[in-house]
Design a binder for this molecule. Structure first.
Ligand code: MTE
Ligand code: MO
Length: 530
């Protein structure tokens, strides 16, 4: 740095030269804070419980040599984790201050240093056991944000220094540039603290609910669902009888998946009841768990579509809980509400029917409900579309009437009541995937909850209806598989399918759109045989 003194300048006011190194360090630290804040914020959105800061911390814990670890424990005892985090924080602060100075003196080495740090952090995060497919997004986007902030801040600092060291420096101009630098540094720094701390707190609750779910040990169900022999047909391309949780369709209005801790969860039953009650998760589970096989269907499922899935749910009949509150006469609807304010209107009779098994489910296919599917408690009602019955993250039931209350979707173009329409679907062969001439199995799924499917018929082109072979149903509220051996001749053919339920009703041929109460029609698939 040059050392001509400002006092010699012929300006009216004294123009002070900035402590450039100091402010460059600050710029570096604020850039790193922005990096962390953006990363933590994105982590809450895309990578559940994967805090980039903590992932890097855990990575370091794992690579620190044992003697050093033991030394840390001797030195800091139970506070060793805090000491480690403080150490990482200090190290990161020093490194980012260095990056700021480097960027100021030797453009663009500071940005490169920050980039290398971000890349190392990304690598550390991706080596963690709980890393998901999107875990790279928070550190990568965070690093880009950090570099942009560094370039901007150091750019401002340079302008300030240039103004202050120019011949005949103008105090006003210097002041303006100084304020520009501090304003931007202050806004980014404060923003990073608010966003970063907020995201970290959010992230911590996500992680703690995640831990609560992992730690949950539920009593074994008293009764289990028996899968009868012949319940699964062996055809390539046919949907499995039980939908694995990770393949189960998800439909809800939740922007971010609610985090509900089972230890603080409670269910309130109010409205037209003898006494309002509130039960805890332990009380609910303590009523005794049983398994139920129920196929869930979304009203938005088009004929032939995939918004339908079948799971074994473990839970407690809703009627048993309603009985504790005592339903009063005159009620005909139960408005269920989730923690995020979503509501569904379910006919009271569907929840009190002894032959229907509407349940509060706590498990899905033998594990606690996945977060996306309503952890810790959701409703499952055989025979009703999800939007009028299957409230996830449920915390309240209000016993009421259709005349008095309406649910989330009712003013939005969907019916207040919506039984699932019987439907059937071709899974194989698939449209657009030609098959070789010869014996070709045609197979798919059919459902008619809660009555059950009696038969499925298939028509090739405009031929006769042919009876498909059905799998043995698990019960009347689950779907069945069907298949038909077909002697496929070269050319293009139409395959049409329709089901008949145990009451003798044939699947409705007339096409209906999904609104207001579900699609109808027969699926007709075009197949090319070569
Ligand atoms: N809290 C809440 N529960 C909800 C919904 C919702 O938007 N919010 N959507 C419903 C709809 S429309 C359907 S089809 C089912 C889907 O359940 P799934 O996501 O577990 O498959 O959840 C129902 N429960
Ligand atoms: Mo739905």
């Amino acid at each position: 740095m040059t050392s001509d003194t400002v006092a010699e300048r012929p300006t009216a006011k004294r123009v002070r030269r900035p402590h450039a190194w100091l402010w460059a360090s600050l710029a570096g630290i604020v850039s790193a804070a922005a990096l962390l804040a953006v990363a933590e914020l994105l982590a809450t959105l895309v990578a559940r419980s994967a805090s980039p800061v903590l992932a890097v911390g855990s990575f370091i814990v794992d690579i620190v040599p044992r003697p050093l670890k033991e030394l840390a424990i001797t030195l800091f005892g139970e506070a060793d984790k805090i000491a480690l985090l403080a150490g990482i924080g200090l190290g990161a602060a020093v490194a980012s201050a260095v990056a700021g100075v480097l960027q100021y003196r030797f453009r663009p080495t500071g940005a490169i240093l920050l980039g290398i740090g971000g890349a190392l952090a990304t690598a550390a995060i991706l080596t963690r056991a709980n890393a998901g497919a999107l875990s790279f997004v928070p550190p990568v986007v965070g690093t880009v944000a950090g570099i942009v902030v560094l370039l901007l801040l150091v750019g401002r600092l340079r302008r300030w220094v240039a103004a202050a060291t120019a011949d005949g420096a103008d105090a006003n101009e210097v002041g303006m540039n100084r304020r520009g630098f501090f304003l931007m540094t202050g806004i980014v720094g404060a923003g990073a603290i608010v966003v970063g701390v907020g995201a970290r707190i959010l992230n911590a609750t996500v992680a703690s609910v995640s831990a609560a779910r992992n730690a949950l040990s539920l009593p074994a169900p008293r009764t289990t669902v028996t899968i009868p022999e012949g319940a699964m047909l062996d055809v390539d391309g046919l949907t499995p009888l039980i939908t694995p949780n990770e393949d189960f369709y998800r439909v809800d209005t939740a922007l971010t998946v609610p985090n509900v801790d089972p230890n603080t969860w409670s269910l309130t039953i109010d409205g037209m009841v003898d006494q309002q009650i509130e039960i805890s998760f332990d009380q609910l589970v303590g009523m005794g768990l049983d398994e139920y096989g129920v196929t869930l269907t979304c009203v938005s499922n088009e004929v032939g579509g995939g918004l339908v899935g079948n799971a074994i749910w473990t839970g407690v009949p809703i009627r048993d809980v309603l009985r504790m509150a005592g339903v009063q006469s005159g009620a005909d609807m139960v408005l269920s509400e989730s923690v995020d304010g979503y509501t569904a209107s379910t006919p009271l009779s569907a929840l009190t029917d002894d032959n229907l098994d509407a349940i509060f489910a706590v498990e899905m296919n033998g594990e606690p409900l996945p977060f996306e599917h309503g952890f810790p408690v959701r409703m499952v009602v055989p025979g009703l579309y999800g939007y009028v019955s299957a409230t996830k993250w449920v915390t309240k039931l209000t016993v009421t009437t259709f005349a008095q209350d309406e649910a989330y979707w009712t003013p939005r173009g969907y019916s207040a009541e919506a039984p699932i329409k019987m439907s059937s679907r071709v899974d194989t062969p698939k449209i657009g995937t030609p098959v070789a001439a010869g014996r070709v199995p045609i197979a798919g799924m059919a459902w008619a909850q809660p009555v059950g499917v009696k038969s499925v018929e298939v028509m090739i082109d405009s031929g006769e209806w042919q009876q498909a072979t059905l799998s043995t149903p698990v019960n009347d509220s689950t779907w069945v598989q069907w298949m038909l051996e077909w002697d496929a001749e070269p050319g293009t053919h139409y395959i049409t399918v329709r089901a008949t339920d145990n009451d003798g009703n044939v699947q409705v041929q007339e096409q209906a759109p999904i609104a207001p109460n579900g699609s109808s029609g027969w699926q007709r698939t075009l197949v090319t045989v070569s």
